[in-house]
Each structure stands twice: as structure tokens, then as C-alpha cells.
Design a protein. Structure first.
Length: 285
């Protein structure tokens, strides 16, 4: 009888040891997973948006400059197809340093900015799932509307679903409209940047003020004057671009940079080395 009890006791001890070992292995695996996840996350990406009728080709020169200067070591193409599907050229890897996301809208003449905002939300959700916790955004011309409508659409929540927008760089912004379509786009500006005459285009952007009040975004507004006393870049009046100032509210911050001369022309801004240098300095500060 004593021998039987001894065998049972030994089996119980062995069972307890096995259970303890299994629990230890499980906790150790969870710790490793958490560590690996932490290593994979926390990245900052810079996302580029092209303008009306354009493509990611408009973004390549700026992105290459950032690679050449050592700011980043990876460019990733993202395409929004005509059927609204978003395709990433590759997934973000652990070794990617400040990845540069070059977005192309195949439907590149879409002016339904609510739809554009939905596209951008899908892109940002994908980036978040791949460990991107923060983004900088760069827009040229109508690409700035992709940014603006995305910000307005995400002003009130879903913060855990999207990366935090840290910095915003706008080139040739069309905030109070285009020279060819909005007569008010050359309106004088008040000291705070508010247009005296606001276009319908601009009024739809007024909710941006709320976004900037609820978030801390550093904004750099770059605009070109290739026409001298004409105060425009051949496509956008400077006052239309500068009216962004009124929309950016504290605690967000605003600064602007004027590019003059022939290389300040609308489509040359994204190929301009002065713009490249200003962009790099702003991203690094």
C-alpha cells in the first residue's frame, strides 16, 4: 500500500513539474512576442500625395533626396486602384528607417474628397497594422486636399486605428481655390490668414480648425511665386495657399516658406532643391 502511495505521489510531482514548465514556456513566449512587437512598432513614415492628373512620379525626386541625405533607406509604393482597392508594393520591415510612402491615385482626377479621405484612411490603417505609429504627410497642390479631408474625417476619434500625424508639409496648397475656378482665390488676407472673401471651396475646410485644436501638428506651408507682381505660381494665387494659416490653430504650429523665381512655378516645386532642403530640415527638427 505504501509503495502504491509512493508511486502516486511521484506521478503527482512529475505532473506538477510538467505543468509548471508549460506555464513558464508560455509566459516566456508571450514576453518574446511582446518584445518583438515593440521592436517592429514605433516607426515614423512620411506619406506623399500627388496633385490633380498627376502620379507618384511627382513624388520621386523629393523621396530620392531624403534617401540620398540618409534620412530614409526605404521607399514603398502604394496604389489606390480605380476600383478603390489599396495595394502596397511591399510590407514595412523592421530594418526600414523612416520609410517613404509614395501614394498614387489611379483615379487621379477625382474631386470627391470624401472618397479621397476614405482612400487615405485605408492607407493609414494598413500602415498602423504594420507598426507605423506616427506619420508625416506631404502634399502637392490637390494632394493637400487628400490630407485636409482625411484630417477632418478623423478629427473625433478612431485614434487607435491610425498613426498620429506629427508633421505636415504642403506645397502649392489650393485652400481658397484655384485661379481658374474660384474668383475669390486672390482675396486679401487678414492678419490671422483669414480670407476677406472666402470661396465655397474654403468654407468646406473650416472644420480643419477643430482638428488642429485637438491635435499637435507641425505645419510647413511652401508656396511659389514665379510671376513676380502677379503673386501666383501660374496655377494658384499665393493668398490662396497662405490662407492655410487661419485654419491651423494652437496647439498646432504653422510656418511658411516662399519660393521665388522660375523654379517657384506650380509644377516645379516638387523638383526644387530649395524645397527639398527645407523639407529635410523640417522633418529632422
Amino acid at each position: 500500500m505504501k509503495k502504491t502511495h509512493g508511486i502516486i505521489g511521484l506521478l503527482v510531482i512529475i505532473l506538477l513539474v510538467l505543468i509548471g514548465y508549460a506555464v513558464f514556456q508560455s509566459l516566456n513566449a508571450q514576453h518574446k512576442t511582446a518584445t518583438n512587437s515593440s521592436t517592429a512598432s514605433g516607426k515614423t513614415a512620411t506619406v506623399f500625395f500627388h496633385g490633380y492628373g498627376s502620379s507618384r512620379n511627382a513624388e520621386k525626386s523629393m523621396a530620392q533626396y531624403l534617401v540620398d541625405q540618409g534620412y530614409s533607406n526605404r521607399r514603398v509604393n502604394v496604389t489606390v486602384k480605380d476600383n478603390d482597392q489599396v495595394e502596397m508594393g511591399r510590407l514595412i520591415q523592421k530594418e526600414d528607417k523612416n520609410p517613404l510612402i509614395l501614394v498614387q491615385f489611379d483615379n487621379n482626377k477625382n474631386q470627391d474628397f470624401t472618397k479621397t479621405a476614405a482612400w487615405v484612411q485605408t492607407i493609414m490603417t494598413n500602415l498602423k497594422k504594420q507598426g507605423i505609429d506616427q506619420v508625416n504627410v506631404v502634399g502637392h497642390s490637390m494632394g493637400n486636399m487628400a490630407i485636409a479631408y482625411y484630417l477632418m474625417a478623423t478629427a473625433d476619434g478612431k485614434g487607435d486605428s491610425f498613426p498620429v500625424v506629427k508633421k505636415q508639409i504642403d506645397l502649392a496648397g489650393t485652400y481658397n481655390g484655384l485661379m481658374s475656378t474660384e474668383p475669390e482665390s486672390d482675396s486679401p488676407l487678414k492678419d490671422d490668414g483669414q480670407p476677406v472673401n472666402q470661396s465655397a471651396y474654403y468654407k468646406r475646410l473650416l472644420p480643419l480648425r477643430e482638428y488642429y485644436q485637438k491635435h499637435q501638428v507641425q505645419v510647413l506651408n511652401i508656396y511659389g511665386n514665379s510671376q513676380g507682381s502677379g503673386n501666383n505660381d501660374t496655377t494658384v494665387y499665393n493668398n490662396s495657399s497662405k490662407s492655410l494659416k487661419y485654419l491651423v490653430q494652437s496647439p498646432s504650429t504653422y510656418e511658411e516658406k516662399l519660393i521665388t523665381g522660375a523654379d517657384g512655378q506650380h509644377s516645379k516645386l516638387h523638383e526644387n532643391k530649395e524645397v527639398d532642403a527645407a523639407m529635410l530640415a523640417f522633418l529632422k527638427k
